[in-house]
Design a protein around this ligand. Structure first.
Ligand SMILES: C[S@@+](CC[C@H](N)C(=O)[O-])C[C@H]1O[C@@H](n2cnc3c(N)ncnc32)[C@H](O)[C@@H]1O
Length: 258
């Protein structure tokens, strides 16, 4: 696959949920246009002007703010969080690592940079609505840019049916991917698979924007020990408040019982 890799000067880990980002910016632009029309219109009565102006102003601020925040999440917050999450693994350098739903390779490449003789394998279905310009070639291009191609392998696979034997990986990582499997019963299949492919004593670090309590509860009842939630309570509270509970990134880590 190396011959398909694009040449780029900096890694590009993409924008998550590009359709939603587009929606926030377009709806925000419409609300802003209404606000400006109302502001400069001499046709509307004073009360209507105040009501429509206030509502459209609030809507424009919220929608454009959410659009900017989503870009910040994909381009800044996730990269900062990546290193903290990778620090949860006591690396020796020879691990076999799986990145579940690797997308353009954020965790995959980050893990590969910590390996010497080990291998990082990323699997994904490359869904375009989950990440902009999502492809194996884009993940590989990032591996090339970060000079880790020899330690990286990429496969097309569904996280609910991982194409690996039992007890195969020392470390399983996943970032902002499992929530994309909408039905709880399917997310459970993905978690079943993660536990199945982990070696005894292997470690999982599962970062996501929602459902962390569901993952922690699952791990506690399915052969995992040392289940820990890694979150920042203040950031969590603030993000849940402004996103109506739909976005509060944090991670769950756990080890498979020996
Ligand atoms: C928001 S993106 C995150 C990608 C990457 N982990 C990151 O942090 O940048 C979610 C990824 O999960 C993948 N995905 C969604 N459902 C999947 C499934 N059932 N099996 C494998 N990958 C899946 C999508 O294609 C997408 O690449």
């Amino acid at each position: 696959m190396a011959e398909n890799a694009q040449i780029q000067s900096r890694p590009n880990y993409g924008i998550d949920a590009p359709g939603l980002v587009r929606f926030f910016f377009s709806a925000g632009a419409v609300a802003l246009a209404i606000f400006l029309v109302v502001l400069f219109s001499s046709l509307l009565g004073q009360i209507l002007k105040i009501v429509v102006g206030t509502l459209s102003g609030i809507a424009a601020t919220y929608l454009l703010g959410m659009g900017c925040f989503m870009l910040y999440g994909s381009k800044v917050m996730k990269l900062k969080d990546r290193d903290k999450l990778l620090d949860l693994v006591p690396w020796s350098g020879n691990e076999r690592v799986l990145d579940v739903g690797c997308g353009r390779g954020l965790m995959l490449v980050g893990a590969a940079k910590r390996l010497t003789t080990g291998k990082a394998i990323g699997i994904d279905l490359w869904q375009q609505h989950d990440q902009a310009n999502n492809s194996a070639a884009a993940a590989l291009a990032n591996a090339v840019t970060e000079r880790v191609t020899e330690r990286v392998e990429i496969k097309t696979a569904d996280m609910r049916q991982l194409p690996f034997p039992d007890d195969y990986f020392d470390v399983v990582l996943s970032s902002w991917a499992v929530h994309n499997v909408e039905a709880e019963v399917d997310r459970k299949k993905a978690l079943d698979e993660i536990v199945r492919v982990l070696k005894p004593n292997g470690r999982v670090v599962l970062s996501d924007i929602i459902h962390q309590a569901e993952y922690a509860h699952y791990f506690e009842h399915h052969g995992m020990t040392n289940v820990q939630l890694h979150n920042n309570a203040i950031r969590d509270f603030a993000l849940k408040a402004v996103t109506f509970g739909s976005f509060a990134p944090s991670a769950v880590s756990a080890c498979k019982r020996a």
